[in-house]
Design a protein around this ligand. Sequence first.
Ligand code: GN1
Ligand code: MG
Length: 383
Amino acid sequence: MSDLRTLASQFVAEGEVAAVEPLGKGNINSTFLVTVDLVTAEGKSQSRFVLQRINAQVFRRPEQVIQNMVVLGEHLRNREKIQTDGRSPHWQTPQIIPTTDGNHFWQDEARDYWRAISFIENSQVLETIETHTHAREVGYGLAMFHRLISNLPVENLADTIEGFHITPTYLTHYQTVLKEYQTGHHLAVHSNNHLIADPKTIRYCMEFVEARRQWASVLERAKAEGHLQLRPIHGDPKVNNIMLNQDGQAVSLIDLDTLKPGLVHYDIGDCLRSSCNRLGEETEDWKQVTFDTSLAKAMLEGYFSLAHDFLTEYDYLYIYDAIRLIAFELGLRFFTDYLVGNVYFKVEHPTHNLMRALVQFKLTESIETQAEEIVGIIEALRQ
Ligand code: GN1
Ligand code: MG
């Protein structure tokens, strides 16, 4: 990998790169914050931008990921100001910053793709929801993003990760991995890396998945039956991808790698499963994980306040399933990655993905036991 400062300077037309520091907690790409010093006749100033290496194992065609962001930028030009309903400050969307020779990305000598994106200043993200007002803003932010892209023709966006959020596809992959795991194919990987977990925990996870296998096609069936339609979606609107300004207002959705055609239900499910788990998805205290319905109510209030324009009758009917499914699906993705030897999500220790899977399965269980209440909240709020 080239020196980070040299890489960053490919995107700096004026000034000097002063610092490059790691940014955020992404599980897939590597992200840095770059500070640039500028000296002009008017004096000294600093600016910042985000530098990111796209993980080409996950995003097989990185140039398409970048192209989708360019398409979004063109679609939104001027639209954000009009749509923000007089809220101040205006909604902002991270923009691609070109290289000094006018390209949208830079390839280093290892053929890795690097790109630069504008940094949303004077704002922050939180890893977990802190208050009901925060939950409402997160819901509002997701709806604002959906509303802004609702008239972007879905055909203009490339499908950058095939099978992303298609639960039956994850189940098929899981089946293959599980067979190999059980026949000892991954034994060497697992014993070398001390990945061996308590067999009871593995059995719990396997039974958890089996019990939900039939139901897990619920959104794909609804799509095939024409109840739900493909639309442009964010793909990863978890709580720490929604930026808040200093007054706590949602001002931006960041991390636009997974902007692609999909179901808004994937986004709604992802936003709720991450927002309503007060312990967060990285907790080791997985037995204590629950789904907080009062946060869900606040988040959905915020979401519906803007989304009523574009949600259909059927859309509302599948929201409960979406919340349950995306928690389950993420648990399944983490569990599969543990079984195969941690090849997809970055990990800090060998059983990290297993622990993350348990968190999502506990969350799913909690959603299921409160099904009636959650359905009631959705029904009451849509009136
Ligand atoms: C991954 O890299 P990050 O943290 O933005 C994953 C999401 C998961 C998330 C769980 C492309 O996102 O789908 O929900 O981890 N992104 C991809 O934290 O698989
Ligand atoms: Mg992401």
